[in-house]
Design a protein around this ligand. Structure first.
Ligand SMILES: [Zn+2]
Length: 380
């Protein structure tokens, strides 16, 4: 396997590091010739000493040296990850030798370019990530004392979105507020800086989870630090009466939350569909109701049935339709956790209380002890 990304059957070699790597990683090694000299296994003639070195070193020994102290929270990219993550992983290991000694990253404070919520313009904003307070803040002015927003770290998720943001160092940070997802889009000109921010978010979240769930293993906690969307892309949708025009929307599937946006980089979703478990009456069907013929441009339909209503979507191609259907089925096959029940319940409560007739000014607080696996309790 490739020493850097785990891709099977590597056919390149770093003669100086003594590792076997894949073609994609060899291109990154090629950019740091003072550290790594790459050769194709097939193409080059070999000197006896080079073969001997490779036989002695190899991936396992290199890993023991260069990955001796990779922190548990640190993100190890795979073959499919974006360029900036893979390149910075290789540079961190071999060029900066970051993991040869224990690492200490406890907070970050610096400037990131942030996309304006409504004006779409990227502007420099000071961000502060505090482990002590367990939160991420940002400030409009460099010297401001009061943050513009303060986000609790347990509601934060982060993922690289280089294609969607059309920036090679683009990072999407999301957080939940009143059970709604807020998207924040940031980047840094320097690849190392943005990857450091990403890993520091993971580090702060890791420490926070360790305190919240003292019994959980590092392996278990690692899977809960950040997650990528399961799928994103355009579909068309119609409204609740199913007589409305079909409109093209950008969809993001964040596990059980299917969000849709007018523009992929909008700060808030126009709407969300919760995907529960099939045993609770959630179902996905390929196709369209017959009566609908002729009112949409894309013809590959998908119907999501929930206990409340039916959602009708159309995809541009059959391939897209297949992919969406399979990812929806996959989510619906998984049993719901107590947190997911709570999130669905909370959503219903907020819909109920945001209704005009029920607006009392005071909203109930939803309190839950997830560790005991109980449903939320309303405190008035
Ligand atoms: Zn690789």
């Amino acid at each position: 396997m490739c020493a850097d990304c785990g891709q099977p059957d590597p056919c390149w070699v770093s003669c100086t590091l003594g590792t076997f790597i894949c073609c994609k990683c060899s291109e990154i090694h090629y950019q740091i010739p003072n550290i790594s000299e790459v050769k194709s296994i097939k193409k080059y003639c070999w000197e006896e000493s080079q073969i001997q070195f490779l036989a002695q070193q190899g991936n396992a020994l290199a890993k023991a040296t260069y990955e001796a102290h990779v922190p548990a929270y640190y993100y190890r990219p795979s073959y499919n990850d974006c360029q900036v993550l893979r390149e910075q992983w290789i540079r961190a290991k071999y060029e900066r030798k970051e993991f040869q000694e224990p690492k200490k990253v406890l907070y970050s404070n610096g400037v990131l370019w942030k996309r304006g919520r409504d004006n779409q313009i990227y502007q420099p904003r000071r961000f502060l990530l505090s482990e002590k307070e367990g939160c991420l803040k940002y400030f409009i002015k460099q010297d401001a004392k009061e943050p513009k927003i303060e986000i609790k770290i347990d509601t934060v998720n982060a993922m690289f979105q280089t294609e969607k943001m059309m920036h090679s160092n683009g990072l999407q940070i999301t957080h939940l507020k009143h059970n709604k997802t807020r998207n924040i889009f940031v980047y840094h000109e320097d690849g190392k800086e943005i990857v450091d921010w990403f890993n520091t978010i993971r580090a702060v979240k890791f420490h926070h989870l360790k305190v919240a769930f003292p019994g959980a293993s590092d392996e278990e906690l690692k899977t809960r630090l950040t997650r990528n969307f399961l799928k994103e892309g355009y579909m068309e949708k119609t409204g609740p009466k199913q007589k409305e025009c079909f409109k093209k929307r950008w969809f993001s599937l964040d596990h059980r939350r299917l969000m849709y946006f007018k523009d992929p980089l909008d700060a808030f979703a126009k709407g969300e569909v919760f995907l529960g478990n099939e045993k609770q009456g959630y179902k996905v069907i390929k196709g369209l109701p017959h009566a609908m013929q002729g009112r949409f441009t894309w013809k590959h339909g998908i119907i999501i049935v929930t206990p409340d209503r039916k959602y009708i979507f159309t995809c541009e191609t059959e391939k897209e339709q297949e992919e969406w259907k399979s990812v929806f089925s996959h989510v619906m096959e998984q049993p719901m956790t107590p947190q997911e029940y709570a999130s669905k319940f909370q959503e219903d409560i907020f819909i109920l209380f945001s209704h005009e007739r029920l607006k009392t000014g005071d909203r109930p607080k939803v309190v839950a002890d997830f560790s005991l696996g109980v449903l939320p309790l309303l405190i008035w």
